[in-house]
Design a binder for this molecule. Sequence first.
Ligand code: HEC
Length: 615
Amino acid sequence: MTRVRLFQVAIAGFSLTTFLLSALVGSAKPEKAENAVDNFHLLDHRGASRELYRQKHSKAIVLFVTGNGCPIARQTLPALLELEKEFGPKGVQFWMLNANPQDDRASIRKEAEEFGITAPILLDKGQWVSEMLGVQRTGEALLIDTTHWTIAYRGAVDDRLGYATQKTEPTRRFLAEALGSFLEGKTIASPRSEFKGCKITLKSETDHTPPTYTQHVAPILAQHCVRCHSPGNIGPFAMSHYEKVKGWASMTREVLLEQRMPPAPNDPEIGVFGGHPPLSETETRILLRWIAAKTPRGEGEDPLATTAPPKPEPWPLGKPDVIVAMPQEFAIPATGVVPYQYFEVENPIQEDVWLRAAVVKAGNPKVLHHALIFVKYPEHLKSIEPRQNAGTAGFFTAFVPGAESIPFPEGSGKFLPKGTKIIFQMHYSPTGKPELDRSEIGLYRLPAKPQWELRTRAITQTELLITPGQRDYKAKASYKFRKEAVLHHLSPHMHVRGASFKYDLVRPDGTSQTLLSVPRWDFNWQTLYRLKQPLTIAAGSELICSGTFDNSASNPSNPNPKAWVAFGEQTTDEMFIGYYDIAVPPLEPVTTPKAVKPTKTAAATPPASESSTRR
Ligand code: HEC
């Protein structure tokens, strides 16, 4: 998939440097407390995002280690449910952790359904969280203090269960006692207790020799990281040789545990998309083990120092047939909020053309936060002008930093008639010093009219009103296809309070399928997801977008949890848009003056496939 990076954070005026500094400083903790728990991110058995340090709103997290089919874990469930009833309302969240290599998401879901488990079960197949926490068996409960990020208690839930014996009533309720004392701010009398459980098959038991940089680590970095972490590309440092990579090891451990790098905000178990494959659990494990083993170099040449890094190409698709530039340079001030800038240019091509690609090249990537390009067709072609709701009328192409330039899908193109006006909508983020920008669009012609016209459409909910501090504001909108279409791309759009986004397709026979799920939205990585297999959508199918917003202080990107937030263009407002690209037979313009009159003929009304649900 094409990963794109708006790495200058949302609020204009907040520069990349400030951001990077704050990211680095933010993670520089004082002396590490004993029993400290580092941040981590995992998906749960329902595919929802669970990041530890985003749980500040809770007083504590109980993490119970489970595994499918383990009798002790199963028999502890009723006691845990009781505790959840008692302590849930007092600000304690109950999570479970499954690190069994033999359990997958489907079987964990089944186990959860069978045993009525409502708590999220975090999937730790790579076992890096279990290893960090020193977990070896199921049946253990860990009480995590969310103020200090330490383990306040670990051990048994109670002493009712033995390996072959069971008491009817426990004599000690260790976890309840610990929770009681913890919530009252008292010292926990028994911060540890013995517990019983099923042994987890730990990968660390068979990982005898630590990985080395030259043999194991450098090839992974070359495949997954170097395209951004190389000179002139968007990563903040170049992974150019051993010493450099070694120097970034601690920070690398952090971004891997938090699953922030390489940026992959979507659930890898849903949909198959083109582009770069995600980092696998095994690869993550190798990198983390290498860091834990104090970054051994290994024998031989340094693979990253001896192969040339990818060079940033001004026009990755080759020289365009026509380049359209902004009419003049725009001066961006050193600081402040720059409102969206609009520039209009006449299409210089003196005939109707079909394009195989239209890409934007940032004049000054340091300041260009994003650009949207719109077209206004001449009067006689208004009936086929790309139309949209939510301020996207005439959408043509877009730019976000780090976006890969890709052509339109095979067999499709976009139409650019003679006499069209091209509009640049530019969003700039000041960097701390005055800057200039003059961006360009590269147009690549097709020799003939293609079989398909690629149309960008949007499903949107424009009525949003998110209350201050609200953590789980839900949005939903859908579109029912009146004509068959072929789906190629999906691209969700929200701003900094966005939390999750999903596309579901419900077919006319009632069956449904999730096409894309982004469980942890990241404004900085707006992504165009390219379906590996284009999907034919039957007439009568409904495409449903659903998502959530987090306006609480637990959302690290939230600029102001006290604000009311509504739909709007600025990044401090919100948006809920599910863009999608479909291929349809090229639309025929309505040429006779009579037919242009609305309501006269069927052809004069917008083609069925052109209107999205308006809210
Ligand atoms: C698509 C481009 C891209 C890829 C691929 C990528 N990075 Fe990054 N990386 C960035 C950008 C941009 C930043 C700075 C901003 C940020 O933190 O998101 C960054 C920051 C970092 C940081 C510094 C921490 C921080 O928060 O600033 C580390 C460490 C890192 N990346 C490691 C990796 C590793 C390891 C991989 C591969 C497994 C990787 N990156 C792949 C773009 C990328």
